[in-house]
Design a protein around this ligand. Structure first.
Ligand SMILES: [Zn+2]
Ligand SMILES: [Zn+2]
Length: 235
């Protein structure tokens, strides 16, 4: 369903970034600098097809491994690709914070991009942002997303230390893309803490993918025994 330009957590070279193509939009979930470099390298059309005419980036939160490439992406689309960028923020506050980044700090050309909330995005594949718990410093400003693509529901956690806010959206047969960590910390989802939930997910025939990996080998091993898979990379 989703493919990934990178699936690493913050201190890895290819930071987590999912993408898909919909109605002429190349849609990215978050926008790390590593994703911008990958698009520069492989080419927009290779990723998005011949008809891609806009980049949409759906933001989860403002940590730099998630928005560190946003300004550069807007510059690149403005000066090189000559296509607009639509940035979809999960809340009014995050929209304001993103504007500080793209306008005040990065001086992106006005008119080359727009920052909107989901309600104003006009994208029917967005169900809703889901507020979650992640970093204390970004309290109230961290979100996952629920999307509906080709008749399938996608639950995407973003960075989170808990699955609880997402459980009401986990319907029969849905896709779950969840962050997982093998290092225990108060901000990320510790792998042993989701094992019990994975049993219930199996009963619901959910398709579970692990992303934002802090130790790919260890998580790959764990995924096998848990009936989950690693987020599929675009190669
Ligand atoms: Zn992160
Ligand atoms: Zn984060």
């Amino acid at each position: 369903m989703l493919r990934f330009l990178g699936r690493g957590s913050a201190f890895f070279p290819d930071n987590n970034c999912a993408f898909f193509v919909k109605d002429g939009d190349l849609v990215l979930i978050d926008c790390p600098m590593s994703a911008v470099h990958k698009i520069c390298k492989v080419g927009l059309r290779t990723l998005g097809g011949e008809n891609v005419s806009r980049i949409v980036t759906v933001i989860t939160h403002t940590h730099s491994d998630h928005v560190g490439g946003l300004g550069m992406m807007i510059h690149y689309c403005c000066y090189v690709l000559h296509i607009p960028v639509l940035v979809v923020a999960p809340s009014e506050q995050v929209a304001k914070d993103l504007y500080l980044l793209t306008d005040t700090l990065d001086g992106c050309e006005k008119g080359s991009y727009e920052i909107v909330t989901a309600a104003d995005a006009g994208l029917d594949w967005i169900e809703c942002p889901v507020p979650t718990e992640h970093s204390e410093q970004l309290q109230g400003k961290c979100f996952g997303w629920v999307l509906s693509l080709d008749g399938e529901r996608i639950v995407y956690t973003g960075d989170t230390c808990t699955l609880d806010p997402f459980i009401p959206y986990m319907t029969q047969g849905c896709y779950l893309y969840t962050e997982v960590s093998v290092y225990r910390s108060p901000v990320h989802l510790y792998i042993e803490d989701i094992q019990a939930q994975l049993e219930k997910m199996k009963d619901k025939k959910m398709k579970v993918y692990f992303m934002h990996l802090d130790d790919e080998k260890a998580i790959e091993q764990a995924a096998k025994s848990l009936g989950a898979q690693l987020a599929p990379l675009f190669e």
